[in-house]
Design a protein around this ligand. Structure first.
Ligand code: PMP
Length: 369
């Protein structure tokens, strides 16, 4: 039973700027090969599952109490992990954590965007950057990428000076195209930007480029590095995103975060997962290797494949990408149509999934040709 079906969305007094919009939604379909949301295909080890069970059981015993509002233990673990892997010397005060990096992005826009302010990004990129900007009433200024979906730095610097956005989004590696921004280019953009520069490093562990975290000390009033445990860490279901920045910038996020936003269960599970970082991240080298092999296999089949530092590949061309997406689905492979004409995106999976994807490519090419 569902009550209230008499009302439709159009009947509600919705904010004008939300009328006609569609929600974010990568399809969640139960097909054999799901390679559409850039997750790590390897599930947590039995040892990690056991540690999470223990940590969550401990947390369950005190669920009558609110969680540690400032998630100090978890942030300490994240600071250690990030310092160890990026070379930046970060402490607990440099870290912030939330329910997925999407919530971090929301808090950044609540603190630094809003009515009368602008956010800018280089499109195509992660679709939630404009969606969260709009949701916080931050005017979104899209700036195009080159034909290869890279950021043309000299023209980007000029546009940043011109637009002077309050928040500038740089996604490195970029989703959906996969390329990273080199540190020297990043510095040029940081020097040109008057506001906050959000470097979204959701896929950083898959990239050979150094993290922007190394630049925090040089740009303490401007740089926010956003990370997630959803990708390399194989913790998408746990919902844990984090930020590295100067302590003052973390203080700004405390002004807008909801009290007790991060549950004791999430904090306990994420801290346990962090203890297994080396083991979990062992899959990264394997996925990078598979990415290169899959890219080559696609090129051998005549596809154009964009340079990727992440755990996915954008490939094409397709005369009709939505129709091609459907043909892959018909043979049991769920890809992502990110709405870029002529291209589809595939997440690197297990060896079996990658083989199934390539077999699907052959089947689709055979029916197309
Ligand atoms: N940033 C980028 C570039 C992403 O691709 C994603 C997930 N697709 C996110 C942030 C958000 O991830 P999460 O909220 O799971 O941390």
């Amino acid at each position: 039973m569902t009550v209230g079906r008499g009302a439709r969305l159009a009947d509600l007094p919705l904010r004008d700027d939300l009328v006609g919009r569609t929600p974010y939604g990568a399809p969640q379909l139960a097909v054999p090969v799901q390679v559409n949301t850039n997750e790590n295909p390897y599930p947590p080890s039995a040892a990690l599952v056991a540690d999470i069970e223990r940590a969550v059981a401990d947390a369950a015993a005190t669920l009558n109490r609110y969680p540690d509002r400032d998630a100090v233990q978890l942030r300490t673990g994240l600071a250690e992990y990030l310092s160890r892997t990026t070379g930046a010397d970060l402490g607990v005060d440099n870290l912030w954590a939330a329910n997925g990096s999407n919530e971090i992005l929301l808090q950044l826009l609540q603190a630094f965007g809003g009515p009368g302010r602008t956010a800018m990004g280089f499109e195509p990129s992660y679709s939630m950057h404009p969606i969260i900007s709009t949701g916080t009433r931050t005017a979104w200024v899209p700036c195009p990428r080159t034909a290869d979906f890279e950021v043309d730095v000299p023209s980007a610097v000029a546009t940043v000076r011109d637009v002077a956005p309050d928040v500038l989004f740089l996604t490195s590696p970029n989703n959906p195209s996969g390329g990273s921004i080199a540190p020297a280019d990043l510095r040029q953009l940081l020097d040109a930007a008057p506001g906050i520069v959000v470097v979204d490093e959701a896929y950083a562990e898959f990239s050979g480029q150094p993290s922007a975290a190394a630049l925090i000390d040089a740009y303490p009033t401007r740089l926010a590095v956003v990370r997630t445990m959803s990708k390399a860490f194989a913790f998408a279901g746990g919902r844990l995103g984090y930020l590295a920045a100067a302590p003052a910038l973390v203080d700004a996020l405390l002004l807008v975060r909801l009290p007790y936003h991060l549950s004791s269960i999430t904090q306990a599970a994420a801290s346990a997962a962090l203890q297994h970082a080396d083991e979990t991240l062992g899959s990264v080298a394997r996925l990078v290797h598979s990415r290169e092999r899959t890219a080559q296999a696609l090129r051998d089949r005549g596809f154009r494949v964009l340079r990727s530092d992440a755990n996915f590949l954008m490939f094409g061309p397709f005369d009709d990408a939505p129709a091609a997406w459907r043909r892959y689905l018909d043979v049991g492979v769920l890809l992502r149509d990110v709405g870029i004409p002529g291209f589809l995106r595939v997440t690197i999976g297990t060896d079996d999934e990658n083989a199934a994807f390539l077999a699907a490519c052959d089947a689709v090419l055979a029916t197309a040709g």
